[in-house]
Design a protein around this ligand. Structure first.
Ligand code: 5GP
Length: 190
């Protein structure tokens, strides 16, 4: 998505440890009109696939998923992190390793909200090593639902998570893929 690449170049900052900061439109302040543009792009990718539900993880994935859900007229389910007390009844759960924070956390979704009849697209803000996506895929599998695909706004291709999932046959369609990134510049995959 060329408009997203241009926005990252204009507004993004590359921090230590290969972290891209996009607080002006995605990770702290939300550029709502631009989020809806991303939602339209996600709709274009999946509009013929009979998707019934979008699945993301709190917190930063929610904005992208809600934008897509608004355009696609689909419900959005978000996995909660480390909080089981306010998720009642039976749950699906998976462990996720965060390289960014060097911690493991549990994600949970109530069984009330995903069933084996669902055709799911997973949405997130960033794809790096792929651990968040793997956890969400595990939840889709536990539910016996169909995974249609996964879309992240920004994939850091040089960290390899997206390509590892593609090699397993999972349809991963990110809106922008960064192949190289340093404080001197950002190069996108063609
Ligand atoms: P993964 O599990 O693919 O390694 O990392 C994905 C998760 O880590 C995303 O949900 C995102 O919240 C966070 N993340 C990874 N890399 C970055 C980054 O460069 N910038 C920001 N803002 N978040 C990131």
């Amino acid at each position: 998505m060329v408009a997203l690449e241009q926005k990252v170049l204009r507004e993004g900052t590359v921090l230590e440890g290969h972290v891209l900061k996009v607080g002006s439109f995605l990770n702290q302040q939300l550029d709502v009109d631009f989020l809806v543009e991303m939602g339209r792009e996600i709709d274009r990718i999946y509009k013929n696939d009979g998707v019934t539900k979008l699945l993301t993880v709190e917190s930063s994935g929610i904005a992208v998923a809600v934008a897509a859900g608004t355009v696609m007229h689909l419900p959005v389910v978000f996995a909660k992190k480390n909080k089981t007390s306010n998720v009642s009844g039976d749950i699906y759960s998976a462990m996720v390793h965060s390289y960014t924070h060097n911690t493991d956390y549990k994600i949970v979704v109530s069984k009330d909200y995903i069933s084996r009849d669902d055709k799911i697209v997973i949405i997130d803000d960033f794809l790096a090593n792929g651990k968040a996506l793997e956890g969400l895929i595990e939840i889709v599998n536990q539910a016996g639902a169909t995974l249609v695909g996964a879309t992240c706004a920004i994939e850091k291709g040089f960290q390899g998570g997206g390509d590892r999932l593609r090699a397993q046959g999972i349809r991963v369609e990110s809106l922008a893929i960064i192949d190289e990134m340093s404080p001197e510049g950002i190069a996108f995959r063609k």
